[in-house]
Design a protein around this ligand. Structure first.
Ligand SMILES: C[S@@+](CC[C@H](N)C(=O)[O-])C[C@H]1O[C@@H](n2cnc3c(N)ncnc32)[C@H](O)[C@@H]1O
Length: 377
């Protein structure tokens, strides 16, 4: 198996950004659908793509796509896949299923039949009748049936890609690293401007901004499911990581600031920066947003304030947005980018956004408000 089809999955609303990332990595002929970008690659690219995608959740290896009108169709379709090309005798291969608008929809039956078809094929090939599933190689298989078309994939990532490895502790509704990176990418911030998150919590936006500016591969600190597979040579990921280390740009001047009213959050943000090894390069400080004093110096704010979703918080958060608006809306050289689920945010902030975009934050429907400032002269 040399050329393969990969599917990068992402949060709804981020498909165009993930597409842009994949194009930048050198792939073309991309197929975009809800929450997915599909493309052709070489087997060894599995390492590069997992290492570099900032805004995707997982990279799946697509094995087959076929029509299923009955369980027999499913069994035959699954059994015809050359599982022996990658699964070895002792490997684990859990099966997950989902079905939408299709003739067969019992998820437990889809799972059972898929598993049986794989086991039957591998028993024939390996001449054994029992699988211990004890090795550290895990092939998480998913059968996804949509309008009677089954797509069979294996997850190459393991833990979801938002888990970069630097966030050991988190408090208070942290934003996913992948969504934070996407919002920064939509802000077009670069190191010529100050970056500031005045509701920084555990520091996710500042840490992601840092990694983007220094061109640090988001997966550089972590491991992936495919590392234990026999499909890729064992040194492919290490080689990609070596190349990635060489590409880190330590020369740029950066000014990245994060503040929060909560002392514990600032301590966690500093710990996270420490894990990433950048504690001296990002300034995290305790401050109520009402006391922030900013110069008009072409900065970019990307932030995730409290949403006021919990009972009794709404009025408090409306007042917070009012005060935040008084401080920030008239800073005419700054660009402000903010995500919240509060529908009438602009009313409290006191200004209409130049652009809004629907995004999902951990299943909550939110709007990403974009207030554009001028570019530095
Ligand atoms: C949704 S959380 C931000 C989470 C953060 N993006 C992360 O990834 O960890 C909102 C943050 O706003 C902070 N906050 C609430 N009121 C504030 C105020 N008046 N000034 C500054 N920060 C405030 C909270 O302490 C909390 O950390």
């Amino acid at each position: 198996m040399k050329e393969v089809t990969l599917i990068a999955t992402c949060t709804f609303g981020l498909e165009a950004i993930v597409k842009r990332e994949i194009l930048k990595l050198g792939f073309d002929n991309l197929k975009v659908s809800d929450g997915k970008v599909e493309f052709l690659a070489q087997v060894s690219d599995i390492a590069k793509v997992n290492l570099w995608l900032r805004c995707a959740e997982r990279v799946l290896l697509k094995l087959s796509e076929f029509e299923v009108l009955s369980f027999e169709d499913l069994y035959q379709g699954i059994k015809s896949i050359r599982w022996e090309d990658f699964i070895l005798k002792n490997d684990k291969f859990p099966v997950n299923a989902n079905s939408v608008k299709s003739k067969i929809y019992s998820l437990s039956d889809i799972q059972k039949i898929t598993k049986r078809a794989i086991v039957d094929r591998l028993c024939d090939v390996f001449k054994i009748d029992w699988f211990e599933e004890i090795s550290s190689s895990v092939y998480s298989i998913e059968v996804s049936i949509l309008k009677n078309i089954a797509t069979v994939t294996v997850d190459t990532s393991g833990e979801a890609l938002h888990k970069r490895g630097y966030r050991k502790r988190a408090l208070n509704a942290p934003i996913k690293e992948t969504l934070a990176a996407a919002m920064i990418s939509l802000s077009f911030w670069d190191n010529t401007r100050v970056f500031y998150d005045p509701f920084c919590g555990s520091g996710t936006f500042c840490l992601e901004a840092y990694m983007i500016a220094r061109n640090i591969a988001p997966g550089i600190m972590r491991h992936f499911a495919f590392e234990n597979w026999n499909l890729l040579k064992s040194d492919v990921l290490e080689d990609e990581k070596k190349k990635a280390r060489f590409l880190i740009d330590y020369d740029k001047d950066l000014k990245i600031l994060g503040s929060d009213i909560d002392r514990k959050s600032i301590l966690v943000a500093r710990d996270n920066a420490d894990i990433l090894g950048v504690e001296d390069e990002i300034s995290f400080f305790i401050k109520d947003v009402r006391d922030v004093d900013l110069e008009n110096n072409y900065g970019v704010v990307v932030t995730n304030p409290p949403y006021g979703e919990r009972l009794g918080e709404r009025v408090e958060v409306e007042n917070l947005y009012r005060d935040f608006g008084k401080k920030f809306r008239d800073l005419d050289t700054w660009s402000i980018y903010l995500i919240t689920s509060m529908k009438d945010f602009e009313k409290f902030y006191g200004k209409k956004a130049d652009r809004r975009r629907k995004l999902f934050n951990g299943g909550i429907e939110t709007q990403f408000y974009q207030f554009y400032g001028p570019k530095p002269k």
